[in-house]
Ligand binder design. Structure first.
Ligand code: ADP
Ligand code: MG
Length: 257
């Protein structure tokens, strides 16, 4: 992959030649093979590929939960060796919130439990991000009083409140109905417009990749290898011929060997 020329922002996250394997005494599963990519600040970077191509495994490795058997992962020039608050993961499951805590308490708790902030500062910071995701009126509610989409927003607020260098999202909308999914995608883009956070987003949906991503990495099936890296289209080009063209291009690339 091309090296950044002098003066150009350096990558926030570098994944270089990363092979990931699951090993037991009886077998080895190679989930990804020598995957390379760079994520720059404020990228909405999408990993796209069919089920089983190693997307979740890559995210786990970036999260620091898995060590590559080959290659390296670095964040701001430092090798990733363990999980840390600089990389927050938002999962697909809605029930990632503590049911006995309110929205405000769920977000505050993440900040105090990590030792990042004292009680008063944590409360303020939590309030700020709860407002960012438009839930200020629901700050005192418990998770069971919220819709799935709202719970997801709380989980995002909680992740963002930690002010990570990169937010990792593993198919966060895969279980939603089409309309809620579309609304959540739009909300994520609005939130991004506001804060320009860096997000690494995993999906197996071509349409979602185009909608969410600024950059898209295409992975081939098992073991996952990089097929191509492309720019997406700007949100205002969604629904035009440009979207259909890109979808066809990606389809062709994913299905030719
Ligand atoms: P994706 O998220 O793209 O659907 P995964 O990263 O979950 O793919 O899985 C990649 C490959 O690794 C698959 O073949 C899967 O069966 C295998 N795999 C995932 N998790 C484990 C595990 N804990 N132990 C053994 N194999 C696994
Ligand atoms: Mg997965």
């Amino acid at each position: 992959m091309a090296e950044a020329s002098p003066g150009v922002t350096s990558p926030l996250l570098r994944v270089q030649g990363v092979t990931l394997q699951y090993k037991t005494t009886d077998y080895v599963v190679t989930a990804t093979h020598r995957v390379d990519f760079d994520v720059y600040p404020s990228d909405r970077y999408v990993l796209l590929g069919p089920s089983g191509c190693g997307k979740s495994t890559l995210l786990k490795a970036i999260g620091g939960y898995l060590t590559p058997s080959e290659g390296s992962i670095s964040l701001k020039g430092r090798p990733v060796r363990a999980p840390g608050p600089d990389r927050m993961m938002v999962f697909q499951e809605f029930d990632q919130l503590l049911p006995w805590k309110t929205v405000q308490e769920n977000v505050t708790f993440a900040l105090t439990a990590s030792g990042k902030l004292g009680a008063a500062e944590a409360r303020d910071r939590a309030g700020y991000y709860i407002e960012k995701v438009g839930l200020q009126k629901f700050a005192g509610n418990y998770p069971h009083m919220l819709s799935g989409g709202m719970k997801q927003r709380v989980a995002i607020a909680r992740g963002m409140a930690m002010e990570p260098d990169v937010l990792l999202m593993d198919e966060p909308y895969a279980a939603l109905d089409a309309l809620t999914r579309r609304r959540m995608q739009e909300e994520l883009l609005t939130l991004w417009d506001d804060t320009r956070f860096t997000v690494l987003f995993v999906t197996h949906s071509i349409e979602e990749a185009i909608r969410i991503g600024t950059r898209i990495l295409l992975l081939s099936p098992h073991p996952g290898q990089v097929k191509a890296e492309l720019n997406s289209i700007p949100p205002e080009a969604l629904g035009t011929a440009a979207q259909a063209e890109l979808e066809t291009r990606i389809n062709d690339m994913l299905f030719t060997h």
